[in-house]
Design a protein around this ligand. Structure first.
Ligand code: CO8
Length: 261
């Protein structure tokens, strides 16, 4: 046992880095880790300095190798349902931050780990990363949103192939399938994720927030309603100082300096 916190958070400039810190167990998610992750992501969301949140795992062997099988094996059905809801709740915590969350991925990203990565808005992986939903090999099904988000990201056929066989795919395949946004150099996922964060931090913060909301909320609506939602958010941006600054800067041929209001 170690006295180290199971989840670490530090702010570097305008980037908050939240790290699952259980490398001796390949960062497996038990209830303690999930609770700490929720608290630290929420705190990063409230940190006025942080414009983007990067989520990663300690060490290079795993992002997260899944839910903690030892803890899970002893759960009753009612506890397992609560555990599933607790893990799924991390997706709500991520969305409630209103900030882009980027997963920086090295190594095994399995089961609940793959599901956690899919809760993030964007994923950057090193070439040695491996993705899979191996739950059926344990007589389980993905329970942290995997049956839903994987199909939305890679399509039904590919998702079902991964979920039904439990086989891992490599980073290149994950990139080709759209599960990974960017492939980093070996052991550079965190660095590349920060570079991607930098590209977003240049932009209008209120617009970034509304884009996340429009895409995420819109995906669960019929297209007609989603388009109406988009138009409403588009209209609201015209009341922001960011919009005045962004359009003004373009017309005055200078770089914008967004106040974030
Ligand atoms: N849970 C608990 N401990 C783990 C886990 C895990 N998921 N993964 C690795 N560990 C531990 C190992 O037990 C080992 O601990 P120890 O040193 O004390 O024996 C340590 O981490 C290092 O692991 P290995 O020695 O196994 O390392 P290898 O390099 O030999 O193998 C693997 C790496 C292939 C990743 C292997 O560890 C493995 O197969 N792990 C399990 C992967 C898996 O099946 N993940 C899915 C879990 S199920 C899940 O996530 C469901 C989520 C939804 C929950 C729904 C609510 C009920």
């Amino acid at each position: 046992m170690t006295d180290q916190p199971v989840v670490l958070r530090e702010t570097e400039g305008r980037i908050a880095v939240v790290t699952v810190n259980r490398p001796d167990k390949l960062n497996a998610l038990n209830r303690e880790v999930i609770g700490a992750l929720a608290r630290e992501i929420e705190a990063a969301g409230k940190d006025p300095e942080a414009g983007v949140i990067v989520l990663t795992g300690a060490g290079t062997k795993a992002f997260v190798a899944g839910a903690d099988i030892r803890e899970m094996a002893a759960l009753t059905p009612v506890e397992a349902r609560e555990f599933s809801r607790m893990g799924q709740g991390l997706g709500d915590v991520i969305d409630a931050t209103g900030k882009p969350v980027i997963a920086a991925i090295e190594g095994y990203t399995l089961g609940g780990g793959c599901e956690l990565a899919m809760m993030a808005h964007l994923r950057v992986a090193s070439p040695s990363a491996k993705f899979g939903q191996p739950e059926v090999g344990l007589g389980l099904i993905p329970g942290f949103g995997g049956t839903q988000r994987l199909a939305r990201l890679v399509g039904e056929g590919r998702a079902l192939e991964m979920i039904l066989t439990g086989k891992m795919i490599d980073a290149e395949t994950a990139h080709a399938w759209g599960l990974v946004n960017r492939l980093a150099r070996e052991r550079s996922a965190l660095e590349e994720a920060k570079a991607l964060a930098g590209e977003i931090l240049d932009k209008g913060p209120v617009a970034i927030r509304f884009c996340l909301e429009a895409v995420r909320t819109g995906l669960s609506m019929p297209l007609e309603e989603a388009l109406e939602f988009e138009a409403a958010l588009f209209g609201v941006t015209f009341a922001t100082e960011d919009m005045k600054e962004g359009t003004g800067a373009f017309l005055e041929k200078r770089r914008p300096s967004f106040p974030g209001r």
